[in-house]
Design a protein around this ligand. Structure first.
Ligand code: PHE
Length: 449
C-alpha cells in the first residue's frame, strides 16, 4: 500500500509542532505553573525538556523514519519480531486514551468559542463560575461538544497526510502564533500586569510541591507528545533529507516558547484584575472569562475572548489530529483497511471514551482509584504511560538497534555532519541517562524509593 509523506520541510515542522503545541501548552502548562509556584517549576520543566525530552524525540524520530511504518510495525521491523512491538502497542493505546479525555477539554473550548461569539460568557464572577459548573456537569452538552471535536478531527485525518494533516497544520499554526502574540501584548499592557510577569519569571523555590519532579516530567513529555508513538508515526512521513536532531531542537524550542508565551498571556491579565493564578484546571474557563470582562472595555473584551478560545480550539485540533493519526495509520496498515474506515474505528473508540470522561466530570460518578475517570486518564497517561513509553524507546534505540542504523539516521547516511562527540553524547543519554532518570523520578514520586 502506498504510504503518505509530508510534502515540504515547513510542512514537517508545522505538523509536528502542531502535534506538540496544544492544550498542554495553553491550558495544562499555565495551571501547572500556577499550582507549582511559578518560575521554579518552569526551570525544572526546561531541564526535563533539554535532558530527557530532546533525546527522547530524536529516538522516536529514528525508529519512525527508519522503519517507514505505523508505530507497532516500526518497532517490530527494527527488532525482527521481538516483543518490542509492544512498545508500539503501548504508544497506540496511550494516544487513544489521551484523545478520549483531551477531546472533552477541546469540546469545552469549542463550546466556549461559540459562547464567546454569542456573548454568553460575560457577566459577574458568580455567573461565570456557575456557567462553567452548569456546563461541565450537564448530562449531555459536554458529551456532544467532545464528540463533535472527535468528528472534526476525523474529517481532517481521513483526508490523508498531505491533504488533511499537513494542509490544516500549515493553515492553523501561523494563525495560532499571530493570535498568541496579539493576546500576549494585550495582556502585558494592562495596568498591574507586571505582578503576573514576575510570578512567571522570578523563581520561588519555597513554593515547590513535593510531587513537582514527576509533574514537570509528565508535563514535558505530554507537551512534546513524547512516549505516545506520535512522533514515531509522524517521522515515518518525514523525508530522507530531514535533519532529525535539528527538527527535534526546533520543535522543542517552539513548544517551550509557546508554553511560556501562554503564561505571559494568562498571568499578567489575571494579576491585573487581582485574580490568583493557582485555580487549577478551571483557570481558563472560570478565571479568564472574568479577566476578559473586568480588564477590557466590553467591545475589546468580546474580541479578545473570541480570539482566545479560537486559539485554544486551533491548538487542540492540531494535537488531536496527531493522536488520531497514530491509530488510524495502525489500522490502515495492519488490517489493510481503507484509510477512511480505519479512521472510523479510531473515532468510535475515542468517542466512547470521551463520553465516559465527559460524564465523569460531574454528571455521573465514574471513579477509578479515587479519581474521576477524566483525572485518572490524565494522570495515568502523563505521569506513567508517557514516561514509560519514552524510557522503553530510549532503551530500544540505545541498546537494541544496531549503532550503525542510529548513526546513519542521525547523519542521513553520512550526508550530514554531526560531530562524533555529539553522537557519543546522544548514545550515552539514551542508553543510560534518560532511562535511569525517568525510572528514578517515577519510583521516587510514587513512594517506592
Ligand atoms: N502535545 C500535545 C499538547 O501539548 C498533547 C499530545 C500528547 C499530543 C500526546 C499527541 C500525543 O497538547
Amino acid at each position: 500500500m502506498e504510504r503518505g509523506n509530508f510534502r515540504s520541510k515547513l510542512g514537517i515542522i508545522l505538523a509536528t509542532a502542531g502535534s506538540a503545541v496544544g492544550l498542554g501548552n495553553v491550558w495544562r502548562f499555565p495551571y501547572m505553573v500556577g499550582e507549582n509556584g511559578g518560575a521554579a517549576f518552569i526551570l525544572i520543566y526546561i531541564g526535563c525538556i533539554l535532558v530527557l525530552g530532546v533525546p527522547g524525540m530524536v529516538s522516536e524520530f529514528i525508529v519512525g523514519r527508519h522503519a517507514q511504518a505505523n508505530a507497532a510495525r516500526a518497532y517490530d521491523k527494527l527488532s525482527g519480531g521481538r516483543p518490542w512491538r509492544w512498545v508500539g502497542y503501548l504508544g497506540i493505546l496511550t494516544s487513544t486514551i489521551i484523545l478520549g479525555f483531551y477531546a472533552v477539554v477541546a469540546g469545552w473550548c469549542l463550546q466556549y468559542l461559540y459562547a464567546a461569539l454569542v456573548g454568553h460568557v460575560n457577566g459577574s464572577a458568580d455567573y461565570v463560575r456557575q456557567y462553567f459548573v452548569n456546563f461541565s456537569t450537564h448530562p449531555w452538552k459536554p458529551v456532544l461538544w467532545g464528540v463533535a471535536f472527535v468528528l472534526v478531527t476525523h474529517v481532517v485525518v481521513a483526508r490523508g497526510v498531505q491533504k488533511g494533516i499537513e494542509r490544516v497544520s500549515r493553515l492553523l499554526m501561523p494563525i495560532l502564533l499571530l493570535l498568541l502574540f496579539i493576546l500576549v501584548v494585550a495582556s502585558c499592557m494592562l495596568p498591574g500586569a507586571m505582578e503576573g510577569v514576575r510570578f512567571l519569571l522570578m523563581p520561588d523555590f519555597s513554593k515547590l510541591s513535593s510531587s513537582v519532579l514527576l509533574d514537570a516530567l509528565g508535563q514535558a513529555f505530554f507537551s512534546l507528545s513524547l512516549g505516545t508513538a506520535c512522533l514515531c508515526t509522524y517521522a515515518s512521513y518525514f523525508k530522507k533529507e530531514t535533519n532529525l536532531t535539528a527538527s527535534a531542537g526546533q520543535i522543542a524550542v517552539l513548544d517551550t516558547g509557546i508554553a511560556i508565551l501562554s503564561g505571559l498571556m494568562i498571568f499578567p491579565a489575571a494579576a491585573a484584575v487581582g485574580v490568583s493564578p493557582d485555580s487549577g484546571p478551571s483557570l481558563i474557563f472560570i478565571t479568564l472569562p472574568n479577566v476578559f470582562t473586568q480588564a477590557f472595555t466590553p467591545a475589546i473584551g468580546y474580541v479578545v475572548s473570541i480570539m482566545f478560545y479560537a486559539l485554544m480550539v486551533f491548538a487542540a485540533l492540531t494535537s488531536t489530529i496527531s493522536m488520531h493519526e497514530i491509530g488510524t495509520a495502525f489500522f490502515t496498515e495492519e488490517l489493510k483497511q481503507p484509510r477512511n474506515r480505519s479512521a472510523w474505528i479510531l473515532t468510535t473508540v475515542a468517542s466512547v471514551l470521551c463520553v465516559f470522561c465527559a460524564l465523569s466530570v460531574g454528571a455521573v460518578d465514574i471513579r477509578l482509584m479515587g479519581f474521576s475517570l477524566m483525572d485518572f486518564c490524565d494522570l495515568l497517561t502523563a505521569n506513567f504511560m508517557l514516561p514509560l513509553g519514552s524510557m522503553l524507546t530510549c532503551l530500544f534505540v540505545g541498546w537494541y538497534i544496531p549503532k550503525k542504523v542510529v548513526v546513519s539516521e542521525l547523519t542521513n547516511d553520512g550526508t550530514l555532519h554531526m560531530p562524533t562527540l555529539l553522537q557519543r553524547y546522544f548514545l550515552l543519554t539514551v542508553r543510560v541517562v534518560c532511562p535511569l532518570l525517568i525510572a528514578l523520578i517515577m519510583l521516587h514520586q510514587t513512594g517506592i524509593i
